[in-house]
Structures are given as C-alpha cells and as structure tokens.
Design a protein around this ligand. Structure first.
Ligand code: NAP
Length: 303
C-alpha cells in the first residue's frame, strides 16, 4: 500500500469540472489523496463510485459552502482523517493539505444574491476556514466571464477590477452595494459611492461580476499569503450541467476531462508570479479582456 503525501480538497466535485479534476489528479499523481467535496453525500458517493480505479484514495466530504456548520465539520473531518488514515502521510503535519481547489459555483439567471453569495462570499468563507491546513496551493476555478464583464465597464470600473491591492473589505463593499441596490447601479446616482463609480450590475452581468470579484480575491489572497501559490483560471466553455441546462450542447464546448488539463497545471506546475489569472489553455490572461486560447500570453508591465 503506497502512502499519500499530497492531500487535495476539491469543492463541488460530485460532477462537472470538479469531478473531472479529481479523476485527473488521481490518474496523474499516485501520491495524491483527494477529498471529494459534495453538498449531498449520496451524490458524492455516486461520484466516488465512478472513480473505481482510485476509490481507495478518495474520501467523500460533505461540504455545502453556504452552510457555516458544514464548513466547520468539513475542516474538522479533513484534519482528523489526515491524522488517522494510514494511507495519508502529509509532509507537514501542521498543514496536511497540499491544496484547496475552490471549484464549486453557480450561474443563476434569476438570483443575483445567490450567485454573489456562493461564488464570492461563501467561496471566501470556505477558503479562510481551510487556510490554516493548506501548505502549498489555492486554486480558484474562475471564469472568462469575469474579464468579459470588466471589459464592458468604463475606465473607472475597469481600474477597480484590475487593481492589485484590493482588500477583502473592498470586495465585500462591492457585493454589499450591488445587493443593497438590487443589482441596479447607475453611475452618478446616489446609489453608488464615488470610489465605486463605474461598477454596473445588470442582470446579465451578475455571474461575470461574481467572477471578477473572485479574481480580486485571488490577488488579495496571493498578496497576503506569499508562502502559498495562489492562482485562478477559467476552465473554458465546458459541457456540464451548468452550461447544458442553460444553452444546450453547442459547438466549441469542451469536455470536463479536457478542462482538467489546465486544472492540473494550476495544481502542479511551477508558475511564475502569484495571484495570476489563466486562460483555459493554461496561458496567463488579462483581468479586463477575453483572451482567446492560443493567443499570445498576457504580459503585465507592472510586475
Ligand atoms: N461549465 C463552464 O463552461 C464553466 C465556464 C467557466 C467557469 N466555470 C466554473 O467552473 C466551476 C464548476 O462548474 P461546472 O460547470 O462544473 O458546474 P456544475 O456541473 O453545475 O457543478 C457545480 C458544482 O458546484 C456545486 N455547488 C453549487 N453550490 C454549492 C454549494 N453551496 N456548496 C457546495 N457545492 C456547491 C454543485 O453541487 P450540486 O450537484 O449539489 O448542485 C456541483 O457539484 C464553477 O465555479 C463555474 O463557475 C464553468
């Protein structure tokens, strides 16, 4: 029986992008032990059963990131399992997790509050809760919708979402303003303070806004935890329940298995810098414009 030294927790891994990434990690890395996050244990167990070849290196973790108690229990379960499971021998007992992958997310057409809650606030809460256990990496499954949203803003709005020094409180303030005004933000109105002028939040923009905030949080976390490698990426346009129920099967969609290739890169490769955003081809991409896979890498003149 081989011993596993790389413990990875993936949220929302019972299907779609997250599930394919779990499979890819286990295929590639014989020293990986994966906690397969699922808010519903039965769905998690079915997802584990589909990875039969490596099932002995998978632990289904009940984790609803919108439920504070579920997060507390999940952190405790990971800690205890790492101490007691004889398959796991983490290099650093204090920080037994190699990586946290913040994969889970929602794209709700009719509920901006829930979209912002899950994709940003709950993602922040679960990250902060696991952070004391994480030794090496945090990965955010973001979206090209973030840069596409930012691209449509005024210069002032773009400056907000490309700033490298936003704090978590700054991000919370953006979410609070959008919620308070029920998504209706008009430049120059009283609804929005001067320093947030340029942010818009029409109903078609909620998801993109949420991912632009994830990209800000990605940079914040990298800045405040320089000993960790922290990166965000878009998996591409992937055929999963999220997209198939909304758009149906379309040309250009990729499989979750193909999307997992870039997830592996975020988890295992020595990437330069920290807090960067990557395209679905695993190439660095800007925060304020869509970069086509295959195009030249984005190069920032500020670092
Ligand atoms: N598919 C794409 O084209 C695409 C493109 C860009 C970015 N992304 C991002 O990729 C990530 C994965 O999306 P996907 O396409 O794989 O979607 P998906 O098939 O709908 O899977 C989403 C996963 O998130 C879980 N989830 C939702 N809310 C949760 C919560 N509160 N707590 C815990 N888990 C929760 C779901 O659990 P249940 O099964 O219980 O609902 C499911 O496991 C998301 O962050 C998404 O924004 C996807």
């Amino acid at each position: 029986m081989s011993v596993c030294s790389r413990v990875v927790v993936v949220t929302g891994a019972n299907k779609g992008v997250g599930h394919a990434l779990v499979q890819a990690v286990l295929d590639r890395d014989s020293s990986a032990f994966v906690f397969l996050g699922s808010r519903d244990v039965k769905r998690g167990e079915s997802a584990k059963a589909a990875i039969e070849k490596h099932a002995d290196r998978v632990h289904v973790l009940q984790l609803d990131i919108s439920d504070a108690m579920s997060i507390v229990k999940a952190v405790d379960e990971v800690k205890r399992t790492c101490e007691t499971n004889t398959r796991i021998c983490a290099a650093n007992a204090e920080k037994p997790m190699y990586a946290l992958v913040n994969n889970c997310g929602v794209f709700l057409d009719d509920d901006y509050e829930q979209t912002l809650n899950v994709n940003v606030l709950d993602t922040h809460n679960v990250t902060e809760a696991f952070l004391p256990l994480v030794g090496s990496r945090v990965v955010f499954v973001s979206s090209a919708s973030g840069p596409m949203y930012v691209n449509n803003l005024s210069k002032k709005g773009q400056a907000i979402f490309t700033s490298k020094d936003k704090s978590w409180e700054d991000i919370e303030e953006i979410i609070a303003i959008v919620k308070k005004n029920k998504g209706v933000l008009e430049s120059g109105s009283n609804a929005i303070p001067d320093h947030l002028e340029g942010i818009t939040a029409s109903s078609s923009q909620w998801y993109g806004l949420s991912k632009a905030c994830v990209n800000l949080y990605n940079m914040h976390l990298a800045r405040t935890h320089p000993s960790l490698k922290v990166h965000a990426y878009t998996p591409g346009w992937v055929a999963t329940d999220m997209t198939l129920t909304k758009f149906g099967k379309r040309d250009g969609m990729i499989t979750p298995q193909k999307a997992a290739i870039t997830g592996l890169k975020m988890l295992y490769e020595e990437l330069p810098g920290n807090g960067r955003f990557y395209g679905s081809d695993g190439v660095r991409s800007p925060l304020d414009a869509y970069r086509n896979p295959g195009d030249d890498p984005y190069v920032s003149d500020s670092e």
